[in-house]
Design a protein around this ligand. Structure first.
Ligand code: CAO
Length: 415
């Protein structure tokens, strides 16, 4: 079966997490991704958070599947020459260097355009144009600058970052979509274009509902779905909502049986209006179905804390999976708090290829997250990440270099 992006060649100048997430997705959709790295060290993540001495870290392997690796010193004249050939041959250049690094290498937009006007140049940067555009940025900086941290955590605590890598992987996803759109547009224009995904903007996009709430707060001075209502105070900005859903259907994280010794014995419980009578029956509060203090969603907003406290008295009598089984019978939206250990062994996620085992020549077998996006006509086969420079000679030969020239590039320490 062919792959969705078969024939698309990606010149992958990415490192760490945001850019590699993007190019890994493109590789999973069938693009030929050529990762350019410096000889010796390569992508810094190869050596970071190592669990086995001398072996590519899981950090690296889990972000660089299905790619080929070429080592190239793009600051040397011969290295530049090889790079120019790659630019001519590829469809997309993806990079997430610090601002200005590509220009300092001499790979300006004009230079690329002169070599290959069809090339799409896609970049992740921390910030878009403006005061902070020259700044280097990592994950948590983006979470803070994009509105996530100020709206995450509890009202009486400091701003909080989240474990989901919305700044890095979230931006990588945005960039991948921009690239695919640019490839599509190129079919009619015949031209490449620049694609930019700033991490602050991507995080803000994922925090869109909080900007919605900022405007609601400014108009009405209150938000009835937030835990600050009815007893607490609202300030000028969207507050941290703890585990409240903050949306149209109130929800909360509730303790389940075993919570005293298991940090993940919890369930997320949503009091969806459509199933309110069923919720009342399950927890043994049939009287709440018609009680005017509880009967309507509007009335319930005044009593969310006691309502969830009462539901929790019920969830604490069941373990999270028992509670799920019972609640699902009544279509009550809920979800167990799953630990990474539980997720790693989840048979459904393994069956769909979202959790996969991969063989690696120096690491052995390891677990990774496969492609979460499923295309029925373009299935993903997850293959291991490349060793540093593993495909250097192969790629040079494909670029038209003869055996002697390849040997010379090695002796000149360009590759
Ligand atoms: N040959 C020669 N030089 C190379 C090279 C190669 N193959 N690959 C990289 N380099 C050089 C770059 O040209 C740059 O040199 P200069 O500083 O002289 O211009 C240098 O290596 C380092 O690049 P960098 O500044 O991007 O790397 P850093 O480790 O200092 O910063 C990071 C890392 C992530 C903070 C920065 O790249 C950044 O802000 N990127 C944009 C935002 C981003 O993607 N952040 C998310 C990262 S994931 O958490």
């Amino acid at each position: 079966m062919t792959k969705a992006l078969e024939g698309v060649r990606i010149l992958d100048f990415t490192h760490v997490q945001s850019g590699p997430t993007c190019t890994q997705l493109l590789a999973w959709f069938g693009a030929d991704v050529i990762k350019v790295e410096r000889a010796g060290e390569g992508d810094a993540t190869r050596g970071q958070l190592r669990d086995i001495p001398g072996v590519d870290s899981l950090y690296f392997t889990m972000l660089n599947h299905n790619k080929r690796s070429i080592t190239l010193d793009t600051k040397k004249a011969k290295g530049k020459e090889v790079l120019d050939r790659l630019i001519r041959e590829c469809d997309v250049l993806v990079e997430n260097f610090a601002p200005g690094a590509l220009d300092r290498m001499g790979i300006t937009w004009e230079h690329i355009q002169a070599l290959n006007p069809r090339m799409i140049v896609a970049s992740v940067k921390g910030f878009g144009p403006g005061k902070y555009e020259e700044c280097k940025v990592y994950e948590n900086v983006a979470q803070c600058a994009g509105g996530s941290a100020s709206t995450t955590g509890f009202d009486d605590g400091p701003p909080m970052v989240t474990g989901a890598q919305i700044g890095d992987s979230g931006t990588g996803l945005h960039l991948a979509l921009g690239i695919v759109a640019a490839l599509y547009q190129r079919q009619t224009t015949g031209r490449g274009q620049k694609v930019l995904a700033p991490m602050q903007d991507a995080v803000l996009n994922l925090c869109r509902v909080k900007l919605r709430d900022q405007q609601r707060l400014e108009r009405t001075g209150t938000m009835h779905e937030y835990p600050q209502y009815p007893d607490g105070k609202f300030g000028e900005a969207v507050p941290r909502a703890g585990n409240a859903s903050g949306g149209g259907q109130p929800g909360s994280i509730l303790r389940c049986k075993g919570w005293e010794h298991d940090p993940n014995a919890y369930i997320y419980f949503i009091t969806q209006a459509a199933v309110w009578p069923a919720i009342c029956k399950v927890i043994g509060e049939d009287g709440w179905i018609d009680d005017e203090a509880y009967a309507t969603p509007q009335a319930r907003l005044l009593h969310l804390k006691p309502i969830f406290a009462r539901i929790e008295r019920w969830t604490m009598t069941k373990d999270k999976f028992e509670a799920m089984d019972i609640l699902n019978q009544y279509d009550i939206p809920c979800g167990p708090i799953l630990s990474m250990k539980e997720i790693a062994n989840d048979p459904a996620l393994r069956a769909t290829g979202t959790i996969v085992e991969v063989d690696h020549p120096t690491r052995g077998r390891y677990l990774t997250v496969g492609n979460p996006i499923k295309l029925s006509d373009s299935p993903t086969d997850v293959t291991r990440s490349p060793l540093l420079g593993e495909h250097t000679d192969e790629i040079l030969q494909q670029l038209g270099y003869g055996t002697d020239e390849v040997a010379m590039l090695h002796t000149e320490l360009v590759v």
